[in-house]
Design a protein around this ligand. Structure first.
Ligand SMILES: [Zn+2]
Ligand SMILES: [Zn+2]
Length: 313
């Protein structure tokens, strides 16, 4: 029987990367401490700031909600219903359940409400994989909602495995602009609220175990539309490396953050100006969200010409 390194009680997990066995209680404090450390070292949250968490119903965002609440932060949830049959409804129910347990607010909006179509229809219309539009849409909705409702910070459940897979992709393709912007805490600037990733020092395995011992009910599988995404492939590669050389993920990611500033400098990325339609920061005249909205409206009016507004007579 493995024993907890801290209290000698029976251990429930062994984390190879840290060569540490932990009991339930110390697993919980181990994870929460790492989140606290990430928040502190990347100046993610100022005292008294309200946080809006993008919750999906998965283990990562729901664990993040639980952890931030346990650490004493005021964090509310925001769920975006993508309208994916057999997935979105269940995801919403898991979020609702945790919001009741934590006694925190949970907001909801849906693509159907905003665009009059779900993500699959949007992807068909755009002739792109759903993930291509999904990220942009979610970032826009979250930012807009936070600005209008007094949230200074948006937190997402990206953990170490997510960041390593993004980093690997960015390095393999030498995406210098993306590398410059890949950060656990993106400062607020004209029209954007601060965006933080408090789980970056925790691996997926750690979060999975945390969710289990905290009895966080969550959807078991990731988004069914993201099957075959390159990020999953990068994750499996990183896991193979980690298996042979425990601690690689953390070294890879922390090393990147350390050299980032010297290597990529503080050069300002492309100048942003407010979208002429909605005010969202963009490099173009009209932001990509408004352009997408426009294309959808055109499509809907072509399909249902009778629904078009009557001209004023
Ligand atoms: Zn213990
Ligand atoms: Zn716009």
């Amino acid at each position: 029987m493995r024993r907890c390194k801290i209290c000698q009680k029976e251990a429930v997990v062994f984390f190879k990367s840290h060569r540490i066995s932990l009991c339930e209680e110390h697993l919980k404090s181990f994870v929460e401490k790492r989140v606290k450390e990430a928040i502190k070292s990347h100046k993610m949250i100022n005292r008294g700031e309200k946080i809006l968490i993008a919750v999906s119903g998965g283990k990562d965002s729901l664990s993040l909600w639980q952890i931030l609440t346990n650490l004493g932060y005021e964090a509310d949830g925001m769920f975006i219903d993508l309208g994916i049959p057999g997935f979105s409804q269940e995801s919403w129910e898991k979020c609702e359940k945790l919001s009741r347990r934590l006694s925190r607010k949970l907001f909801k909006t849906s693509l159907e409400e905003i665009f009059g179509m779900n993500l699959l229809d949007i992807a068909k219309l755009e002739r792109r994989v759903p993930c291509a539009s999904c990220g942009m849409i979610k970032r826009y909705i979250m930012n807009n909602f936070a600005l209008k409702n007094g949230y200074k910070v948006i937190a997402t459940g990206h953990h170490l495995d997510d960041e390593c897979s993004i980093l690997l992709g960015n390095v393999l393709n030498w995406q210098v602009e993306y590398l410059r912007r890949q950060d656990p805490s993106l400062k607020e600037e004209n029209g954007f609220v601060r965006k933080i990733k408090p789980l970056v020092l925790c691996s997926e395995e750690e979060i999975e175990n945390y969710a289990r011992v905290m009895n966080i009910d969550h959807v078991g599988k990731g988004c069914p539309l993201s099957k075959g995404a390159t990020s999953h492939f990068y994750k499996s590669i990183m896991n193979q490396i980690e298996e042979k050389m425990p601690g690689t993920k953390l070294r890879f990611y922390k090393g990147f953050l350390k050299i980032k500033k010297d290597t990529f400098g503080d050069e300002k990325p492309a100048e942003l100006k407010p979208c002429i339609r909605c005010g969202y920061p963009t490099t173009a005249e009209i932001c990509s969200f408004c352009r997408l909205h426009e294309r959808i409206k055109t499509k809907i009016s072509q399909q249902n010409p009778e629904k078009m507004e009557e001209p004023l007579s």
